[in-house]
Design a protein around this ligand. Structure first.
Ligand code: BGP
Length: 451
């Protein structure tokens, strides 16, 4: 069966990771701008101040995308570039940047997939309590309206938020990502609830004001368990690992984030185990969070294998010594693209769109001036073959958006790892298509038949 004819092949980026121009064009500060000023927050003192300088080089970047034959390009909008104070006065110069980028993509025949929020929260709103402020969902809805009013005559594919698991847990609980807070569970839960509510309100805004029929989703971390064998017992162990909340340690679980969005309820055990912390909620909050969506956005890189335990529980299978891993030390686990879509489709019943998947590496330019990133080709090939298995089993697959189009600023890791299909020489901004970019162009051309 393979990938269907209209399968969407693309690549993804995020504003803070590539744009640069952090203090240009009347842009307001965001929490990553501020955290990067803090010595020690990011490895080697790296910052996103210049990053890939995409803000000035976007035409060149779109030309490379066109050369690769990308059908879709997922990018995010910097909220504080458009609304320097987070709400209120619109910065026309900032909005114009995205307007021109969208024009350029459309002219190149590339479908824009817009993420409204990928972690660069406006500093001005952080100072008002950010996701802890009860008005924060409304602030996000106001921002969404500004973007939809301007871009929805050309943009018809939207994602509200990216990986709330990371920006809430790492940013508000563990303090390793911006804004760098280590708050107690009660506050983290409140921030999580408000960010889910913001997602729901933004969906309502997009549906109401979009100038064209559109498709909307959200890009969550898809935590996935690979069943050790194809037996019902191990499948059930994988389902249980992914969706059952067994202890109060559930802030990274799938069900805590996904059930309210796709099923309109928090898992009962999430509430039970966190009773003393459970945030106050409005009567209609869950209804607002549970907006109908058009696809299931899944960001997945690596995960675990499980088996049915002797006592009826779930056992995580220990990885073999010397197992394959990436520069980020993430295990190479291609099977997640088979079993993840299978189990998510079974539970949430929406077409699957891989919104991120890719390999971090320490690529360099070889003596011949090229970047021979065989590891990336092999990684993507293996993952995509597994993804194809899901299609063969009848899972509705919408597409695949590789992370990332360009090497970029990897948050607290700075520029230490490279995820791109296109190499960026940061001091000069020069781009070089890696071998994987040429290989991916062939994958797209043959709709995955060459895998
Ligand atoms: C994205 C980031 C990427 C990468 C990825 C990792 O959304 O922008 O740069 O870090 O998430 O995701 P995770 O660590 O959740 O697997």
């Amino acid at each position: 069966m393979g990938f269907k004819k209209d399968f969407v092949w693309g690549a993804a980026t995020a504003s803070y990771q590539i744009e640069g121009a952090a203090f240009e064009g009347e842009k307001g500060l965001n929490v990553w701008d501020v955290c990067c000023m803090q010595p020690g927050f990011v490895k080697d003192g790296d910052t996103g101040n210049v990053a890939c300088d995409h803000y000035h080089r976007f035409k060149e970047d779109v030309a490379i995308m066109k050369k690769m034959g990308l059908k879709a390009y997922r990018f995010s909008i910097s909220w504080s570039r458009v609304l320097p104070e987070g709400v209120g006065k619109v910065n026309e110069e900032g909005l114009d940047f995205y307007d021109k980028l969208v024009d350029e993509l459309v002219a190149a025949g590339i479908e824009p997939y817009v993420t409204l929020f990928h972690w660069d929260y406006p500093d001005a709103l952080f100072r008002k309590g950010s996701w802890l402020n009860p008005d924060s969902p409304k602030w996000f809805a106001e921002y969404a309206k500004v973007i939809v009013d301007r871009l929805s005559d050309r943009v018809t594919h939207w994602m509200t938020i990216n990986e709330p698991q990371c920006y809430i847990n790492l940013g508000y609980g563990e303090g390793t990502h911006a804004p760098g807070l280590k708050l107690n569970r009660g506050y983290v839960l409140q921030a999580a609830h408000n960010t889910l509510l913001a997602h729901g309100m933004a969906v309502q805004v997009i549906r109401k004001y979009s100038k064209k029929p559109c498709e909307i989703g959200v890009a969550l971390v898809g935590g996935i368990a690979i069943p050790e064998t194809d037996t019902e017992a191990d499948y059930n162990a994988a389902r249980s690992y992914m969706f059952d909340i067994k202890s109060d340690n559930m802030m990274w679980s799938d069900a805590f984030w996904m059930d309210p969005i796709y099923l309109g309820k928090y898992p009962e055990n999430a509430i039970k185990f966190n009773e003393k912390w459970w945030p106050k909620m409005g009567q209609d909050d869950l209804k607002i969070i549970n907006q109908p969506l058009d696809f299931f956005g899944m960001n997945s890189y690596h995960d675990v294998t499980v088996r049915a335990g002797k006592d009826g529980g779930v056992e995580v299978v220990k990885k073999k010594p010397g197992y394959a891993r990436t520069a980020m030390h993430w295990a190479v686990t291609p099977e997640i693209l088979h079993y993840g879509p299978k189990f998510f489709y079974e539970r949430y019943k929406l077409p699957i769109l891989v919104t991120e998947n890719g390999l971090s590496n320490t690529d360099t330019i070889f003596l011949d001036g090229k970047v021979h990133d065989n590891y990336r080709i092999d990684f993507l090939n293996k993952y995509l073959l597994e993804y194809k298995k899901a299609a063969d089993e009848g899972v509705d697959l919408k597409g695949y958006l590789q992370w990332s189009f360009l090497d970029n600023f990897e948050w607290a890791e700075g520029y230490n790892e490279r995820f791109g299909l296109v190499y960026v020489d940061y001091p000069t901004g020069e781009r070089t298509m890696k071998d994987s970019a040429y290989w991916y162009a062939d994958v797209i051309k043959t709709n995955g038949e060459n895998l």
